[in-house]
Design a protein around this ligand. Structure first.
Ligand SMILES: [Zn+2]
Ligand SMILES: [Zn+2]
Length: 288
């Protein structure tokens, strides 16, 4: 399995030079199998950074785009995403119904007037995922996808992707307030990340250091480490960095994080995470 982080910033993009070491693009993650199956999680401005690795249209297997929720930092890269308007591309947009809104209704609200001058192609496929995938994971090529609802304003889902043939797995957990989550929400997330086996790689938000923004729907990095340890994951990558946290602040935090949990790091824009069944997890930071 290979993961590429297209964007790691939360809430709003940043372009000031003080933010470029970790990156200023917002949430977007690519998960690839060795055979070329591709899942994109969220469509923040980091989607633009993934055009190159996505640039080999595969007529057999569409690119699957999954959405955690529809806050703009997770969506604003979508309207200018060229494959939307190119019939050579085969993309499927999927998500469970969230607060009564389908993925098709949510995305068409943004990609269209008065917010955007172009529309989806009439043939564009949207897939409504069932409320739960506990008993029947969603199949996509070599992958099996599960999800659960997490505590966030306007709703949000965490996703887990398994490659059962290789025994590899990852989870993407962003935009949740662990401190305000109830017992069921906590148990569901720990089950998603920890069963049937702890995921190899957990990419999870750790928006800040203090409870200054309690009630805004985000977790502190110490809570993120707590979740990773409880679930028993092999590697934690903390993402969705607050828009005010510049490189100096994030370097300092990364050191603290690794003192608390050695197999944890902060996500960088362009970070690539590669591993095969049972092999060490290789993490490299380079431009996408
Ligand atoms: Zn967000
Ligand atoms: Zn959000």
């Amino acid at each position: 399995m290979r993961i590429v982080l297209g964007g790691v910033r939360g809430s709003s993009p940043q372009s000031h030079p003080d933010f470029l070491r970790f990156g200023g693009a917002t949430s977007c993650v690519l998960v690839e199998s060795g055979s070329g199956a591709r899942i994109v999680l969220d469509a923040g401005t980091g989607l633009n950074n993934l055009l190159k690795p996505l640039a080999v249209p595969d007529a057999c297997l569409p690119v699957l785009m999954l959405f955690t929720h529809y806050h703009l930092d997770h969506l604003i890269g979508l309207p200018p995403f060229a494959p939307l308007y190119d019939p050579a591309w085969n993309v499927v947009f999927a998500a469970p119904i969230r607060e009564g809104i389908t993925v098709e209704a949510a995305l068409k609200r943004l990609v269209g007037e008065p917010f955007w001058p172009a529309l989806f192609r009439a043939s564009q496929r949207f897939e409504v995922l069932p409320e739960t995938a506990d008993k029947a994971p969603f199949p996509y090529g070599p992958f099996r996808v599960r999800w659960c609802a997490v505590h966030h304003r306007n709703g949000c889902h965490a996703y887990r992707i398994d490659a059962p043939e290789n025994g590899e797995s990852m989870a993407f957990v962003t935009d949740l307030e662990w401190g305000a989550s109830n017992g069921k929400e906590r148990a569901d997330l720990l089950r998603l990340c920890g069963e049937p086996r702890p995921v190899d790689v957990l990419i999870m938000e750790g928006h800040g250091e203090t409870a200054q923004f309690a009630g805004w729907g985000h977790s502190l990095w110490k809570e993120t480490v707590e979740v990773a340890k409880k679930a028993g994951v092999r590697q934690l990558v903390i993402t969705h960095h607050a828009p005010d946290d510049d490189d100096r602040a994030l370097l300092r935090r990364e050191q603290e994080v690794q003192e608390t949990m050695p197999n944890a790091c902060l996500g960088h824009e362009g970070m690539q995470i590669d591993w095969n069944r049972g092999s060490p997890i290789a993490i490299t930071v380079r431009p996408v």
